[in-house]
Design a protein around this ligand. Sequence first.
Ligand code: CO8
Length: 372
Amino acid sequence: MSAVVISGTGLYTPPNSISNDELVESFNAWVERFNRENAAAIEAGTEVARQTSSVEFIVKASGIKSRYVMDKQGILDINRMKPYLPDRGNDEPSIQCEMATVACQQAMEQAGRKASDIDAVIIACSNLQRPYPAIAVEVQHALGIQGYAYDMNVACSSATFGLQAAASAVQSGAARAVLVVSPEICSGHLNFCDRDSHFIFGDACTAVVVERADQALRPDFEIVSTKLTTLFSNNIRNNFGFLNRCDDAGVGKPDKLFVQEGRKVFKEVVPLVSALIQQHLEENTMNTDQLRRMWLHQANLNMNLLISRKVLGRDATPEESPTILDTYANTSSAGSIIAFHQHRDGLKAGDIGIICSFGAGYSAGSVIVRKC
Ligand code: CO8
């Protein structure tokens, strides 16, 4: 079996950023109006008064300071509280296809690859804007790639699960090179009227070129090993789906958007992920002293500090465990890849790193890479 490398990465960042100040100001204006308009019902006990949000809480609880979004105006408009992303005609590229092609072109350029060198496109992300035709097939067509393409979803772990699928395809000879693409429009599935979660997510798209080591023009990191795990949990859930319209009573209810028990997720996922990383290194006869960098899923700064402390037995330096969630927030599956894209300089040939994702499912993916 041939060795497999990552030879290029790309990142599409939306043009609009929302600071915590801006988000909280509009959320609190919405809360004040809601409570005013529903004063009688709140007084009668048939409606619950909404509580205001706070910038201090958001930074302390999550480490998030701002987020990029596909539409800023709609989110901050208290008459709307969601992005405005108009429908497009079938003859126009979809929004996810548009984000994906930008990221893919960057990744291919970095790898020194043309469309004719790529045999497969995997769209791996939490939210797909339609069931079919697959966004991946549309991206494949837009880029002029032959071969095959498919969409897959393992929530925040989609990208690492996609890397595993791509590495297997290259190892088996099914493809010479594969693009793993994560166009995340998390703002489309975020309840901007929910104080517990309105600050958590942002939008972005990443792309990674995975190919045979012996044919790569610009090999960057060898994929040494992948390890995936899943464990069913209702603590991060979204009941949006094609059966929603079959029960009118549920249409538009908050459970058709992202909901979570954030505390439980924190407590249960930290040990799961630290054990996964440690086990994965052991299975590859490596120890944590050899680990030069961890590109962790970017959901919560405190979570990442704890995971890296558990793994290393000490606090990680900012270089060892880079953070991008302060400016990007949680971009679901794109997060660990954005960290890898922006913070992989300074490693020497032979240095070991880990790309690690975790999220709904629960799902977690670990990818051990070695600098070429
Ligand atoms: N402003 C002020 N106060 C607040 C706010 C707010 N916005 N929100 C909550 N509070 C209050 C609470 O009411 C509570 O008050 P009290 O103590 O009086 O009860 C207090 O602050 C503490 O609340 P929490 O216990 O909830 O706060 P935490 O310290 O636990 O922080 C976090 C909350 C930030 C959510 C934290 O628990 C966390 O990040 N957990 C991990 C979550 C995580 O990693 N989730 C991954 C999900 S992502 C994923 O898998 C992808 C899904 C698909 C993406 C879909 C896109 C939309």
